[in-house]
Design a protein around this ligand. Structure first.
Ligand code: PLP
Length: 428
């Protein structure tokens, strides 16, 4: 193996944070440049017509790649060095066979689901989920003949497992398959956790020739605090716009996982053209170098703020992943599945929209914006923004009330953030 793809020194396996500095990049190929240049190009020159033919055979799946053969560079809708470096490094964190990067989190989610499903299939998904994801499953997939089943309240008991079994039966009766089980955990914006090992076991128990992949949106805790592939997931999805990008200055997404499934996702990405560009990939590679420090610091801040907000007279509940106010079942899932609660949590204020808006309008450091996972702290009102397309019944079922405020905690001084929250709560 070439030195730039080595993951060990002697007996020592190198940690992801170390590998983020150089893994997958050979300076000798770029005039010794310590950082990869931005390969701002649409197409790549083949050394010979035979090379062009061989590269396309692999890219279009006309023949299997030899184990040692790298996919030749063809065209930036198919691959690009900046993307390949980024994909190699992303795969390290989750222990995935392969990663693919997309132009947004939604591009990653929609391309992956398109790659997995076909008419008459059924897809099961957990609720709540990010509003765009809900829209895709609830409004768009059914137009293409894919039946979708939303499962709320699946943080407790057997609800999801039962839904998986029933959906497989429905799919059979439609002449289709259960094409995927899609899970967002922790869920945006309530931090509901889903037991991945239980879902994987329910899938395994199905009588279906090709079992449906367990697909997990790991945006809230990944890649540091939750590693779904270790708990039975087959594919992981990310909005890289959030923690991985981490500076609220780009939009991107990723899908990672098992090689056989990733081949189908790569085909769909090539044809739909949902890949990201070289400059965004370069920014993400730069962000990965500080990912662990940013996620550690913002989590430390959030844990401190959660402990001070709990019991505040204006607050009904604090919804942090697996936190003290969650059920014993949720806490047990957290203990098995997560190594930290991350830094995005919600609070339920005493009151409704008027109280929530008064707090949001009074904040000075927390910026009033959707999104999360950046260096700066953000606050939002899911019911009227990111989750506004949920029906009133769905909001009630999923616990997205008008009194819910979501906070994404950044890396500022925690005492400053605390002072801001306290003065905003006084305005409620
Ligand atoms: N998944 C989750 C959990 C999200 O919170 C979001 C966006 O907020 C997305 C996916 C969609 O990502 P993007 O905005 O990068 O398309």
């Amino acid at each position: 193996m070439s030195r730039h793809k080595s993951r060990s020194i002697g007996q020592r396996s190198l940690s992801p944070e170390t590998l983020m500095m150089g893994y997958g990049y050979d300076p000798a190929l770029s005039e010794g440049s310590i950082k990869a240049p931005i390969f701002q190009t649409s197409t790549f020159v083949f050394r010979s017509a035979e090379d062009g033919k061989r590269f396309f055979e692999v890219a279009y799946g006309l023949r299997e790649k030899d184990p040692e053969e790298a996919l030749g560079l063809i065209y930036s809708r198919i691959n690009n060095p900046n993307l390949e470096i980024l994909e190699d490094r992303l795969a390290v964190w989750d222990g995935a066979d392969k990663a693919l990067v997309f132009s947004s989190g939604m591009a990653a989610i929609s391309t992956t689901i398109l790659a997995l499903s076909r008419p008459n299939d059924v897809v099961v998904y957990t609720a709540p989920a990010y509003g765009g994801t809900e829209y895709l499953f609830d409004r768009i997939l059914p137009r293409m003949g894919v039946q979708t089943v939303s499962v709320a309240d699946c943080g407790e008991g057997e609800g999801l497992n039962r839904a998986i079994l029933e959906a497989a039966g429905t799919a059979k009766s439609r002449g289709g398959r259960l094409a995927a089980v899609y899970v967002e955990t922790p869920a945006n914006p309530t931090n509901q956790l889903i037991d991945l090992e239980a879902a994987a076991a329910a899938i395994k128990a199905l009588d279906q020739a090709e079992p449906p992949p367990l697909v997990v949106d790991n945006t809230f805790l990944g890649p540091l605090w939750q590693k779904p592939l270790e708990h039975g997931a087959d594919l992981i999805l990310y909005s890289l716009t959030k923690y991985v990008g981490g500076h609220s200055d780009l939009i991107a997404g990723a899908c990672l996982g098992r090689a056989d499934l990733m081949g189908r996702v790569a085909e769909m990405r090539t044809i739909c053209g949902t890949i990201t560009d070289a400059h965004t990939a370069w920014l993400l590679t730069r962000s990965l170098e500080t990912l662990h420090i940013r996620m550690e610091r913002s989590q430390q801040n959030a844990v401190e703020l959660v402990s001070r907000l709990r019991g505040h007279p204006k607050i009904e509940a604090v919804l942090d992943a697996g936190g003290a106010e969650s059920s014993p079942a949720q806490q047990a899932v957290f203990a098995r599945q997560c190594s930290g609660p991350g830094s995005t949590f919600s609070i339920r204020l005493r009151g409704g929209e008027a109280e929530a808006f008064r707090m949001l309008n009074a904040l000075q450091l927390f910026k009033l914006a959707v999104s999360l996972g950046g260096t700066e702290s953000l606050a939002s009102h899911p019911s009227s923004t990111t989750h506004s397309d949920y029906t009133p019944e769905a909001k009630a079922r999923c616990g997205i009330g008008d009194n819910l405020v979501r906070l994404s905690v950044g890396i500022e001084n925690v005492e400053d953030l605390h002072a801001d929250l306290m003065q905003a709560l006084e305005a409620v």
